[in-house]
Design a protein around this ligand. Structure first.
Ligand code: PGA
Length: 260
């Protein structure tokens, strides 16, 4: 796993945007895996800027989001479909019909989850998957205890996640208790993973993800099983890493490293 420690949130966002942009430039019909939450907002702002100022073209791109709250339809202002429309899709030229977010109002969730997996497969798989990390170490809504082989399914949210996400709702009781989420196994099939984290509140989860044992108790630790995973951190989020100085040394020495 590559660990990139950046000065601040803006640098994290810009570095992650470079990775996504590079994939889109190299492969105009790329399949992007996208995430919601506060963390990727800066990345999306930067992609919007690149589209406006540098002509970064999303017209051939397909997207799949990680998750959606059960019970919220796409028009709900806290649904992840609404979040993506507002914070990215409306501001770039991706065809809306090629943007996929799991449904929070499916009649048959098991069938919907199977179909979501099938859609990812039939689009050729995800080229780059953007991830945040929960304070409990989750990726997507794969809460502690989620199988590292799990596929898209309904999960019950853990209390720390409900508490973290309550800031977006009027009352804590309004936070949905269930979500449809890609599984850890689904995520690990993406060709490239980028995980972003900022702030001291993520430092312990990041340390478990990068340096802890691979364990379903911290599903982000599954990134250690992926051959092309990069973690972009601000200083605060990197604060609990034991090997922090070594990761910085690697980055400093990168320009001189043999490339083949
Ligand atoms: P956040 O959420 O970006 O709002 O901190 C991250 C997550 O729960 O995956």
């Amino acid at each position: 796993m590559e660990v990139v420690i950046c000065a601040g949130y803006e640098e994290v966002s810009a570095a992650a945007a470079q990775v996504v942009a590079e994939v889109v430039r190299r492969k105009p019909d790329a399949v992007l895996g996208l995430a919601t939450g506060s963390t990727p907002l800066g990345l999306y702002k930067e992609l919007i800027r690149m589209h406006a100022e540098e002509g970064l073209d999303f017209s051939g791109v397909t997207t799949f989001n990680l998750d959606e709250y059960v019970g919220l339809d796409g028009d709900h202002d806290q649904s992840y479909r609404h979040f993506m429309n507002e914070n990215l899709f409306q501001h770039i030229n991706v065809p809306l019909e090629r943007t996929h977010v799991p449904s929070g109002t499916a009649e048959d969730y098991a069938a919907h989850c199977r179909q979501y997996e099938e859609q990812i497969r039939s689009c050729g798989g995800i080229d780059v998957q953007v991830l945040g990390i929960g304070s409990d170490g989750h990726i997507a809504f794969n809460e502690p205890g989620s199988s590292l082989a799990s596929r898209t399914r309904v999960k019950t949210l853990a209390e720390p996640t409900i508490n973290d996400n309550a800031r977006f709702f009027e009352r804590k009781e309004d936070v949905p208790v269930y979500a449809v989420t890609m599984g850890v196994g689904t995520i690990l099939e993406a060709r490239k993973l980028i995980l972003l984290a900022n702030g001291v509140g993520k430092a312990l989860a990041v340390a478990e993800c990068v340096e802890g044992p691979v364990s379903s108790m911290c599903t982000a630790s599954a990134l250690q099983l992926h051959a092309d995973a990069t973690v972009f951190l601000d200083e605060a989020a990197s604060g609990a890493l034991r090997m922090r100085a070594y990761y910085q040394w690697i980055q400093a020495k990168k320009p001189g490293a043999p490339t083949n």
